[in-house]
Design a protein around this ligand. Structure first.
Ligand SMILES: *Cc1c(COP(=O)(O)O)cnc(C)c1O
Length: 438
């Protein structure tokens, strides 16, 4: 796969370079130069296959020349270890559950795939790759769990002491092995500053091959295409006239913050995946729904909500969306409708879905549900992308539905582990010492 930067399309890089860099040196985001268009018979041929086999088939098409078939199998076997089941609510709406991974959120797919790819690169070069990442909670958990025991990769997670929820802290401090948690005496901004400073530090750079696990990395988007392909290939009408023959067009509602998840869906759509429309569903941070409606884009400071992983006022993947549509607002708004909802509507949706269907949604998924209800027509079917498990948000849910939550065992297991972190002052000398000693 060749990739260009959204800032300058003339210079292309290979896949490995794009993954190791994350962001292009000109500040742009990497995009695949071509996404081959596949015929309907191809999508139909995937029906009935497992998520892992579909991932393997798609990566063999997309990453031909970047990895051998054996390497692709190794990557997909590592990354797609949990299922993405679909749950039917009623005749109009189904939920695609992407939260059965170790941190109970869809980001596990991206983090695990990136980890497996970096392991393959590290082995080929006979060198260890060092990931440095700053977190205020979720990212650190997904990255640490995804990279845990990945051969040839070591991870340093920087987090602000006392400012991460206890459960999230456990998710990245109890693993050990190749995961080191640096508990910084400072704020999240200090952590981000220190991570940046590592890249500018000659002594660290001489000793280590540094990279980031940033969410704008193209290695996180490719695996996110797979679950759209997985779900939609299963929804295509079966041949003949049996009960599986539902030819209604499909609408995907995607609860969004940085719009990586939605962008991945658009990339699959560009390959010909039959989706009639996407719904960009947000909380009150609605700069993208505003753009879709009015054609003007105004990034803003973010507002806090109960769907906090979507509290983004300047979405990092918006440039990729523009790029996919050649900067054409009309073209984009033909494929994507925006919808946004406040916390009161989100809470009401959680209760409504529980009372009507006995199904418990987390606040992010509830925003997707509302988007689906608003923009799915009578003769269409809605697919709601469920991004997190409700047990991750006990405060919100227990205040309304005290008996609804069932906490999965793996969340309990992390909570029981022993925290191991290295306390550091928020200065570069302290950080350098730790990195060079470990
Ligand atoms: C990250 C996240 C989102 C937003 O995904 P984007 O790709 O940033 O749009 C939605 N829900 C949950 C639970 C998340 O963790």
């Amino acid at each position: 796969m060749k990739l260009y930067s959204t800032v300058n399309k003339n210079e292309t890089v290979d896949f490995r370079t794009a993954v190791m860099r994350g962001l292009a040196p000109d500040g742009g985001l990497y995009m695949p130069e071509t996404l081959p268009e596949m015929p309907m018979t191809f999508w139909a041929s995937l029906r009935g296959k497992s998520l892992t086999s579909k991932a393997r088939i798609m990566f063999e098409i997309l990453l031909e020349g970047d990895f051998s078939k054996a390497e692709i199998k190794e990557i997909t076997d590592h990354a797609f270890t949990f299922d993405a089941p679909m749950v039917r609510l009623d005749d109009q709406a189904s939920v695609l559950e992407l939260f059965h991974g170790p941190t109970l959120a869809f980001k596990d797919f991206g983090a695990r795939t990136m980890a497996a790819m970096m392991s393959v690169f590290a082995r080929k070069e006979g060198e260890t790759v060092t990931i440095v990442t700053a977190t205020s909670g979720d990212t650190g958990a997904a990255v640490a769990q995804g990279f845990h025991k990945a051969p040839g990769v070591e991870v340093f997670v920087f987090y602000p002491s006392g400012q991460v929820s206890p459960l999230q802290e456990k998710q990245f401090t109890t693993l050990g092995d190749n995961i080191t948690a640096l508990e910084v005496d400072g704020t999240f901004d200090d952590c981000q500053r220190l991570v940046k400073a590592c890249f500018g530090d000659d002594r660290i750079r001489q000793a280590k091959q540094l990279t980031t696990a940033n969410s704008i990395n193209i290695a996180r988007l490719l695996p996110q295409m797979i679950y759209y392909i997985h779900a939609i290939s299963e929804m295509l009408p079966a041949g003949g006239t049996g009960p599986g023959k539902d030819a209604r067009p499909i609408v995907c509602s995607v609860p969004s913050g940085n719009f990586g998840n939605l962008t991945a869906g658009l990339m699959a759509h560009k390959m010909g995946l039959p989706v009639r429309r996407f719904i960009a569903a947000t909380n009150v941070n609605h700069v993208v729904p505003d753009y879709l409606e009015e054609g003007r884009y105004h990034p803003k400071p973010s507002l806090r909500t109960i769907s906090n992983a979507m509290d983004v006022g300047s979405p990092s993947n918006f440039d990729r969306m523009l790029d996919l549509y050649g900067q054409d607002h009309i073209a984009m708004s033909r494929d994507i409708l925006g919808a946004w909802f406040d916390d009161r509507q989100t809470r009401e949706a959680i209760v409504e879905v529980w009372e009507r269907f006995g199904y418990l949604m987390d606040p992010h998924t509830a925003v997707g549900y509302l988007g689906c209800r608003r923009h799915t027509a009578e003769n269409e079917r809605g697919l709601i992308i469920a991004t997190a498990h409700p047990a991750k948000f006990p405060e919100t849910i227990e205040s309304m539905l005290p008996d609804a939550i069932r906490t999965p065992d793996r969340l309990m297991a992390a909570a029981a582990g022993l925290k191991q972190s290295i306390p550091v002052q928020a200065d570069m000398d302290a950080v350098r010492d730790v990195l060079l000693k470990n």
